[in-house]
Design a protein around this ligand. Structure first.
Ligand SMILES: [Zn+2]
Length: 362
């Protein structure tokens, strides 16, 4: 198995504020960890250097008005919302992040690697066609999906496992039956959407699936959702490509969220996504980094676990950050899994209208 890792040193240059949670240390610590583990020397890993996304790729997702707004504001600086400033030069940073997602899509499309992970920032999944939000400016995932389709792979399944609902991505593909959007996220939580009743619109009805989970949810529930929802749906939808919005902010050490996943849990989740892509679409899988704010304790370990799983490495060495292990029990809510089972039952009843796999279960 060969795995492409897309990275550019300029991914460290974007900065809203040195104390902002979406800061350059998110990636610099991950890079240190990859270096320490000798990932770059592994023959299964191919390094990919991206170029900025071009206007055609960006316009395939974003409105001309918004692109002009971003470009103009990034000359002088401006802001979108209270936690999403536009620092000078932002448009170039955002174009390079989107270009990273494109580079991953192209490398897998043309077979130069089997799967690829774009380690980019700023993230993208809260950005809609006409406006950014929540640390996001251009929707890297959506731009990547449109590029995949341009490369000839028409049906794409998005799995967004960031702790926050991927509202921007959902909105962009809400009435599009060629793109299946699925999301597991903490709820109730920012951005306030992602209920099981949100299933798509018009031609896209049935092609959006939301799996909200409560604070304190652990690896067990994510495994359960893969078995009960994601895998059956993927087998029935039969995508040509699987695209993961890899938000690593579900880790039990993340300071912004309340979930309780482990680095090993992340690695196993990606291992299942990789297997699924092998069963359904000849292993074509791309991942793009979204959130993840535990810069020292969570992010380097989850990113390493995800990369190891993508490259088919032995996962037994994937461990939790030792000094933080005692935090795990405090993050777990033992009743969360019962809630997840209940929500899954209600969700399955809704999805049975659209998908045979849920009717068979009834
Ligand atoms: Zn997030």
């Amino acid at each position: 198995m060969t795995t492409g890792i897309v990275y550019h040193p300029a991914y460290l240059s974007h900065e809203q504020h040195p104390a902002h949670p979406e800061r350059k240390e998110r990636l610099s610590y991950t890079l240190d960890q990859l270096e320490e583990e000798g990932i770059w020397d592994d023959p299964r890993i191919i390094r990919i250097t991206p170029a900025p996304a071009n206007e055609a790729d960006i316009s395939a997702v974003h409105s001309e008005e918004y692109i002009t707004f971003l470009r103009t504001m990034s000359r002088t600086g401006g802001y979108i919302d209270f936690d999403t400033n536009i620092p000078p030069g932002l448009y170039d940073s955002a174009r390079l992040a989107a270009g990273g997602a494109i580079a991953a899509a192209d490398a897998v499309s043309n077979g130069s690697v089997e799967n690829a992970f774009a380690l980019v920032r700023p993230p993208g999944h809260h950005a809609r066609s006409g406006m950014g939000a929540g640390f996001c400016y251009l929707n890297n995932m959506a731009i990547m999906v449109r590029r995949i389709q341009k490369n000839g792979y028409k049906k794409v399944m998005i799995l967004d496992w960031d702790a926050h609902h991927g509202d921007g991505t959902q909105d962009i593909f809400y009435n599009d039956a060629s793109v299946f959007f699925s999301s597991i996220h903490q709820s109730p939580f920012y951005p306030g959407s992602g209920y099981i009743s949100e299933t798509g619109y018009g031609e896209g009805e049935g092609y959006t699936v939301n799996m909200p989970v409560p604070a304190g949810t652990t690896d067990v529930s994510y495994r359960y959702l893969f078995t009960k929802v994601i895998e059956p749906l993927a087998h029935e939808f039969r995508p040509d490509f699987i695209a993961v919005s890899a938000g690593q902010d579900n880790h039990f050490t993340d300071p912004l969220t309340g979930l309780a996943l482990t680095a090993r849990g992340y690695a196993e989740m990606m291992q299942r996504a990789v297997r699924l892509s092998g069963d359904i679409c000849e292993g074509r899988l791309v991942a793009v980094l979204e959130g993840g704010y535990s810069v020292e304790a969570g992010l380097p370990y989850t990113n390493l676990g995800v990369i190891a799983a993508m490259a088919g490495m032995d996962l037994t060495g994937i461990r939790e950050p030792g000094a933080y292990e005692t935090l795990l029990s405090g993050a777990v809510d033992p009743s969360a899994h019962l809630q997840v089972i209940e929500t899954t039952r209600d969700l399955s009843a809704i999805l049975a209208q659209y998908w045979r796999c849920f009717r068979d279960l009834a």
